[in-house]
Design a protein around this ligand. Structure first.
Ligand code: ZN
Length: 417
């Protein structure tokens, strides 16, 4: 990607934002605000969002998920049938179309997924099944904290359907482990907290909460190695405080703030019973279908990453060297884009993969400005063609962590690849 041909929205100024994480998200040019709780994604921000979606899809596919696509625009009917047209009234965008029909923009899709499979899932042998999508959701929430609380957001929402509670328990654990892997691959510090089920209904649920100073959930979390125990004020054990003993590992609890990034629910028959959804079992009887639902907020992951990994120079994405989430994996930074530097920069651009590499080819930037912009974007590697190259013929490679090494032009792609 030539810098001269792409559109970067980086800026030095970011005044008047709610906190440093929101300011950095704007300064790095990932998003632009369209209104209260409404954001548009720039080419750079969209690359990060799509990288996150790819990672989440990978983990959902690995636990046997099947992708679906449900409409965001729903008839009132399916929501009235589940009883949530009234229950969700304060948060749901509802309206009437020109034919006088009541519609809503779906805030979640439990109703949608039961509608999709009703009448098709008939036998216990059709189950279990895990269905998921990554789509926009709409909630008329009071906007807060940049991408954390918005009116439109991207959610990976998954739903599992089962003939037995035991099967639901097994899938619930499976998706829960997938969520933990997603957080671990992203290098996020997080806790898993038991939660109550108010709007969703059902028997049990847990929240995945990322540690974040900008968070609004008051969190007590365990500092023990590999222990993810946590409580919020909504948890059944909300009385636990910092310094108390972790009930799971005996470690010490700490206190801080967090943001909810994911939620897993055992819904039981909350959404299947109103539709009379049953399956035939081999002994000739019928059994009620039980269900689980699992959501993870893509933009909330992005906010948590910016907050936990970012530093004074800019964003810092996990997996340095892998470029797993970063908008670009490599920056090619020539002292000047001219003469021999230009030839070598072009060769490196080609060798490192043009789509994933940012080539600083604009004439009007100093090398210092190029370094600063690359770091602000959080590109994991800078490949520098400067005085060291001119004197020795070796290219300088600097990681976003600040470690430096030298390599021949030919060796660069294999080191940063
Ligand atoms: Zn613990």
């Amino acid at each position: 990607m030539r810098r001269s041909e792409t559109l970067l929205f980086t800026s030095r100024e970011a005044n008047g934002h709610e906190n440093e994480t929101v300011a950095l998200t704007v300064r790095a040019g990932l998003v632009r605000q369209f209104g209260s709780g409404l954001y548009g994604f720039t080419p750079t921000g969209q690359r990060v969002r799509e990288n996150l979606i790819r990672l989440v899809r990978h983990e959902m596919d690995a636990v046997g998920g099947h992708r679906i696509g449900l409409p965001s625009l729903n008839d009132a009917g399916i929501w009235k049938r589940s009883g949530r047209w009234e229950r969700f009234a304060d948060e749901m965008f509802t309206f009437e179309n020109r034919d006088g029909k009541r519609l809503c923009l779906a805030p979640s899709h439990e109703e949608g997924v039961t509608h999709l499979v009703d009448g098709v899932v008939r036998s216990a042998t059709d189950l279990p099944v895990l269905l998921y999508q990554v789509e926009s959701k709409y909630r008329d929430d009071h906007a807060r904290n940049g991408l954390v609380r918005t009116k439109e957001f991207t959610m990976k929402d998954a739903y599992s359907l089962h003939a037995t509670r035991g099967s639901l328990d097994e899938y619930y654990d499976r998706v829960r482990r997938a969520y933990a892997r997603i957080c671990e691959r992203l290098g996020l510090k997080f806790a898993v907290t038991a939660a109550e089920n108010s709007v969703m209904g059902g028997s049990a649920s847990e929240e995945f909460v990322a540690l974040a100073d900008t968070g609004t959930l008051s969190l007590r979390w365990c500092g023990g190695t590999d222990c993810r125990f946590g409580v919020t004020d909504e948890s059944p054990r909300s009385g636990l405080s910092a310094g108390d003993t972790c009930p799971e590992c005996g470690g010490r609890l700490r206190a801080g703030e967090g943001i909810e990034i994911g939620h897993v629910f055992k819904l039981g028959t909350r959404y299947t019973a109103p539709r009379g959804m049953t399956v035939d079992v081999p002994d000739g009887s019928e059994r009620e279908v039980v269900m689980g639902s699992y959501g993870i907020g893509i933009e909330r992951l992005l906010h948590a990453l910016v907050e936990q990994h970012g530093d004074e120079d800019g964003c810092h994405w996990p997996g340095a060297g892998l470029g797993e989430v970063a908008p670009f994996s490599v920056s090619i930074v020539p002292l000047e884009y001219d003469g021999e530097f230009r030839d070598v920069a072009d060769r490196l651009h080609e060798a490192c993969g043009r789509d994933d590499t940012l080539l600083f080819d604009d004439a009007d930037q100093t090398i210092g400005e190029r370094f600063a912009e690359s770091d602000l974007l959080g590109v994991p590697w800078k490949v520098i063609l400067g005085n060291h190259y001119r004197e020795t013929g070796a290219v300088e490679l600097e990681s976003r962590d600040g470690t430096t090494q030298y390599a021949s032009v030919e060796a660069v792609a294999s080191i940063v690849g």
